[in-house]
Design a protein around this ligand. Sequence first.
Ligand code: 3HC
Ligand code: NAI
Length: 700
Amino acid sequence: MSNFVQTRRDGEVAVVVVNNPPVHALKHEVRQGILDAFTKANGDAEVKAIVLAAEGRTFIAGADITEFGKPPKAPSLIDVITAIDEIKKPTVAAMHGTPLGGGLEITLACHFRVASPGTRLGLPEIKLGLIPGAGGTQRLPRLVGVEKALDMILSGNPIPVKDALAHGLVDEIIEGDLIAGAVAFVRKALADKRPLRRVRDLEDKLKPFRDDPAKFDEAAASAGKRQAGLDAPRAAIEAVRWTLNVPIDKALKEERDTFIKLMLGDQSKAQRHLFFAEREAAKIPGMAADVKPREIRKAAVIGAGTMGGGISMNFANAGIPVTVVEMSQEALDRGFKTIEKNYGASVKRGSLSQADMDKRLSNFTRATSLEAVADADLIIEAVFEEMDIKKKVFTELDRIAKPGAVLATNTSYLDVNAIANITKRPQDVCGMHFFSPANVMKLLEIVRGEKTAPDVIATAMNIGRKIGKVPVVVGVCHGFVGNRMLSPRQTQAERLLLEGAMPRDVDAAAVEFGFPMGPFAMGDLAGLDVGWRIRRAFGLRAEIADSLCEQGHFGQKTGKGFYVYEQGSRAGVPNPEVETLIAAASQKLGFKRRPIDRQEIIERLVFPMINEGAKILDEGIAYRPGDIDVVWVYGYGWPVWRGGPMFYGDQVGLPYIRDQLHEYAKRSGDKSLEPSSYLTKLADEGRGFASLADAAKKSA
Ligand code: 3HC
Ligand code: NAI
């Protein structure tokens, strides 16, 4: 008997239980175990029905992603599914937790599916740059209908069990003991002589689409939001379309071929890298196993501006009471007006009920005195980005906050150690750097100061996950990981203008690369005054952006920036005044304007970021290259299918990047473009960033 799959008997019912914790990924031994168990039960005359279940916290959550790209080993998942599909005794899948991907596809070969309350079922392959590869694209539409299947496959999001029941994906929700319930269910099916329908033979729900193929395009268009540039969504739509006009066996084979093609392609490789990078980022090297996060029952946020409002919403949404403190009643009212407007928009869109909005609002306490945070377990400061003000706030917090409270700053650039050292409890201070809009963006940089206690980091990570963020630990430096790497990109973007490009050229190249918008459109959206203020504080200047600000042009909010925004429109058109300004600036600073091609623009934007990332790794500001990738994908819209800047750097090849940076530095006279000593070293040694990740894993 397999170590991973055991069969026990409950009278005439065989119960096959999978046990490959934590999520029963379908590695080779598990597939073999399931196949053997079903073959044996099928051949045993005393067995009248078979139940498939799993131990622990979940039913099978999918194929084993670590096996992808390695030589396949029989039996394949399709072999297992085909064998189950052929069985003439009633088969029932008993699900709990998260039956996902290949795990759910196995259940689609069973005659019946039952599940515990709380089960969430899905086909998340799209999130890995894949389509379901073991029959999901063919069986799911037959069972739940084309619209629901497209929605599930294209979004990759799991659906709650009640929804699954309503769409026929689940036959019954079992309260209480799942396996006992599944056995009772199948006994009743036997007694009632319920017909044993195979999902692959169902046709009813396909008929309306076969009769009217245009309906399919409508369904595909309305299912899920699709990110431009990704191959998998297009492939998934085509695969589901085969249910209408391709015989199922042929379609299953084509599904498999498409799956393998995608699996071997760069996009899926990048998305799988991110899947594991995100999970690695949750592990803190050197953190003792017995470090426990502090309990956070109450939170507080200081400042209800752009960031404070969004940050506090995260806590209210997660059901954690949160006190928001502002300087004046007026500022507080302004902050809450925005919070209420944001919730109201969700209610209007239908993504939040009025009752839930009211419930969330009831989690807020409004205050104009810092004394109100005395009972908070976590206090996040989000006041103006000025050291003196932050120091004053932290001095007060030191006096007011209860012992053991975690004191966090949302600063973008300031020295977290200096802020911590103003208190008598620097061990309790860390950075919690959210991204705008803070109630939406998933990234959370947790800044570890030189004195921050390990359990404070653990607390910040833990609460970060609870409020739905992807936390990444970073060290103290100017701009931490994300903003620090953004800086050379901004510098080059501006520099490209001086050398000969126009904002639209740079932005178009960035969008072609896969960013949701280019650096200039982004600047206009965020407000050009933000960067201007920061540069002034640090004695820096960006000739063109700063000239715009000096003329009162801050981007979208003033109707003019790098682009012109007619009557509050969000889509800018080129600003002729900027073009004149750029030409004059080039002349003033002695640049001879020249045509700059797309490749140079992209490389000049992206390679300096990779170069900065190398320095960040060298200095130990990020633990692993994958952490940097997670920061850029979740915080700055780096295209997922390019896996993050460090992954992309390895794909392009560090020797090429080294040589190009050197070449651009020479050509443009900008010394900041020279490759760093660390990137050069890695390139010279023929190593990539991935070698650092492997080393970090070994030493952990
Ligand atoms: N393969 C290999 N390892 C996996 C895995 C998988 N499918 N799913 C999870 N793991 C690993 C994680 O890497 C992690 O390992 P670690 O502890 O060493 O870091 C461990 O299992 C636990 O995972 P999480 O930390 O993510 O645990 P959670 O409880 O937070 O989440 C989950 C559980 C919702 C199942 C989540 O892990 C998940 O979404 N997994 C991926 C599911 C998926 O994408 N399935 C489809 C795979 S592709 C497929 O099935 C192809 C088919 O169509 C042929
Ligand atoms: P903001 O100007 O919109 O809000 C700051 C708020 O703090 C104001 O409402 C102000 O009245 C209040 N405030 C100032 N001093 C206070 C005090 N002593 N007590 C209580 N309230 C006080 O600024 P924003 O953009 O929200 O930035 C806040 C912090 O977040 C800054 O450190 C900034 O660098 C950081 N940040 C900003 C991001 C952004 O995109 N805006 C992104 C990430 C971090």
